[in-house]
Design a protein around this ligand. Structure first.
Ligand SMILES: [Zn+2]
Length: 315
């Protein structure tokens, strides 16, 4: 799977966390351009050498000033001679970690502070798992950094630590007492901004920290399957209501009128889940009918077509 968000998070583990022209040729380049607009990706040092497309030699780059201003770039191949390289192919962008943390954790009380030149930040505070917690972020957890992270966080058992990927979260959680979460498991890109799945984050603390307290009844948390079932009932009920409305208006005026469908935010509120959870349910591969019903609700004739089935499934 080549999910652009996952690619961003994986790249964030590397030093430097950089994207080059090759990344921008892929279909998901649009996501990267949005991140440039958001100031999350910033121009980095351009490529220093160039591989000759003909013979594969590593070429030195030469910049030649143009009479009217601007520069042309040439790769000086020792075998094939100089060839021009378009300057956009030399551009590179680097993740501004501070800016990306601000964008991801915008709903937290931020006090971002870099605790280590490369890989450890204090992010701020947030209510997670029924208490206010210090939130930290660590990336690129290699051996050297790992010991720094353990020194700083070793005594912070109630903190919440985020890493970009699940792999580094697992590695770090073996060394630390606090809960470590991979952003790839709890982060969505909503088209215009990042969204953290608070249900999933809180859920991780429920399962870990509430274990020694069996006397206290755990709040019933709706699982993905239960949410999908509730959503299926809501959508079917809407189709039935919309079909009734269509029949009724057709009988009275001769033209069936479409009943407006609820927004995804309204649906989320009705079945008592967060917006990211709702959109995960909508995209769940095990429940393709949710998308069919959601799309059907936009067309009065589709609504009529689905009514019979919806009656059966809305109970
Ligand atoms: Zn060559």
């Amino acid at each position: 799977m080549d999910d652009p968000l996952k690619r961003l998070l994986t790249r964030w583990e590397l030093q430097p966390p950089r994207f080059d022209a090759y990344d921008f040729r892929r279909p998901q380049a649009e996501f990267l351009y949005q991140l440039i607009d958001a100031g999350v990706l910033v121009p980095s040092t351009p490529v220093g050498t160039w591989d000759c497309a003909d013979c594969g030699s590593v070429c030195r780059l030469i910049y030649v000033d143009q009479p009217g201003g601007g520069q042309h770039s040439f790769a000086a191949c020792p075998r094939c001679g100089p060839m021009e390289v378009r300057s956009e192919n030399l551009k590179r962008y680097e993740i501004d970690s501070q800016r990306l943390l601000e964008s991801i954790f915008h709903s937290y009380r931020l006090s971002i502070e870099r605790l280590n030149p490369i890989g450890l930040w204090r992010v701020g505070r947030h209510n997670i798992g029924e208490r206010s917690r210090e939130v930290y972020f660590s990336r690129g957890s290699d051996g050297g950094l790992m010991s720094t992270v353990c020194d700083v966080l070793g005594s912070h058992g109630k903190s919440c630590v985020f890493t970009p990927t699940r792999g580094s979260a697992l590695k770090l959680s073996e060394e630390l007492n606090c809960v470590v979460l991979g952003l790839e498991d709890v982060l969505d890109w909503a088209g215009n901004g990042f969204q953290l799945d608070d249900d999933a984050i809180n859920g991780r603390f429920d399962s870990l920290e509430n274990v020694p307290k069996p006397a206290k009844p755990k709040p019933k948390r709706s699982t993905r399957a239960a949410a999908i079932e509730a959503l299926r009932r809501e959508l079917n009920a809407h189709i039935v209501a919309a079909a009734d409305h269509a029949f009724d208006t057709e009988a009275r005026t001769g033209t069936p009128v479409l009943l407006p469908k609820p927004t995804q935010a309204e649906l989320a509120a009705r079945i008592n889940v967060s917006a990211p959870t709702l959109s995960r349910c909508m995209e769940d591969r095990s429940a393709p009918e949710l998308r069919i019903l959601w799309d059907a609700a936009d067309d009065v004739y589709e609504v009529l077509k689905w009514r019979k089935l919806a009656v059966k499934n809305s109970g």
